[in-house]
Design a protein around this ligand. Structure first.
Ligand code: ZN
Ligand code: ZN
Length: 252
């Protein structure tokens, strides 16, 4: 089976390597590669002109071109430009306006009050945004912010797992298996597999040593015998933006 690393960050957002360097590294490993730089108010890739330049540059290097939208944030370009991308990934990276402040998942908080409310807000935002944004892939779908200090099954109860899986199936959003965060855990993937979900593989590499690393996704896909045809391939079927014409709302 051909392996696709569809979520890598380049110097167009917060990655260390240029697109050309990423393509070279992936080729060496024998992987097909897609660049999915951050398209969010927090990164420099914003506005139609900048995004179109990015799309051209990535295509010229022979990689697929996607993006990673920040769930819960403004989409900083037009739908017409989003349509030019090969696929759209969404990742939850923060909870906004949580008791008056924005809390980023990688903040080094010593403690957080109201953990249960935080988890509820997290799952709610995730599911709501999967409904609303034109996503083809959901990145690191069950990632738990380290500062919560909670176990996987404390956060991802059977009911919450079902909800996420149901939403992914409803909109045919591929569940990303992410090397960097070893996410989702096998128990979730077993359920997603038997429910009929599709999947994608990702390094989510920013630093050179993490780019083109698919150890966890490949290991888990083999262990669970996920069939090749359950993996998302860019261009193999219409994108969600083309499938749900007129129904998808973005914030522009
Ligand atoms: Zn992400
Ligand atoms: Zn990412």
């Amino acid at each position: 089976m051909d392996y696709y690393d569809l979520h890598v960050h380049s110097t167009f957002s917060d990655g260390d390597l240029t697109v050309r360097e990423i393509v070279k590294k992936s080729k060496k490993k024998g992987y097909r590669v897609g660049i999915a730089d951050h398209l969010s108010p927090y990164h420099s890739l914003r506005g139609d002109t900048a995004v179109l330049t990015y799309i051209d540059a990535v295509r010229e290097c022979g990689a697929y071109v996607g993006c990673e939208l920040d769930l819960g944030e403004e989409v900083p370009c037009s739908v017409a430009v989003l349509k030019q991308l090969d696929y759209i990934i969404g990742g939850l990276h923060s909870i906004n306006d949580f008791y008056g402040q924005n809390i980023f998942f990688w903040d080094e908080l010593k403690s957080i009050p109201h953990k249960r409310e935080f988890v509820r807000a997290m799952v709610k935002t995730l599911v709501q945004q999967m409904e609303e944004l034109p996503l083809d892939i959901i990145a690191h779908p069950t990632f738990i912010p380290p500062f919560l200090g909670l176990r996987y099954d404390e956060v991802w109860t059977p009911g919450r797992r079902r909800k996420l899986i149901k939403t992914a199936i409803k909109h045919d959003i591929a569940i990303e298996i992410t090397n960097r965060w070893k996410d989702p855990q096998p128990q979730f993937l077993v359920e997603a597999l038997s429910a009929g979900c599709t999947f994608s593989m990702a390094s989510d590499g920013h630093r050179p040593e993490y780019v083109a690393r698919l150890d966890y996704p490949i290991r888990v896909a083999k262990k669970l015998s996920i069939p090749e045809e359950r993996f998302f391939i860019p261009g193999a079927k219409p994108k969600r933006l083309d499938r749900e014409k007129g129904r998808v709302r973005t914030k522009d």
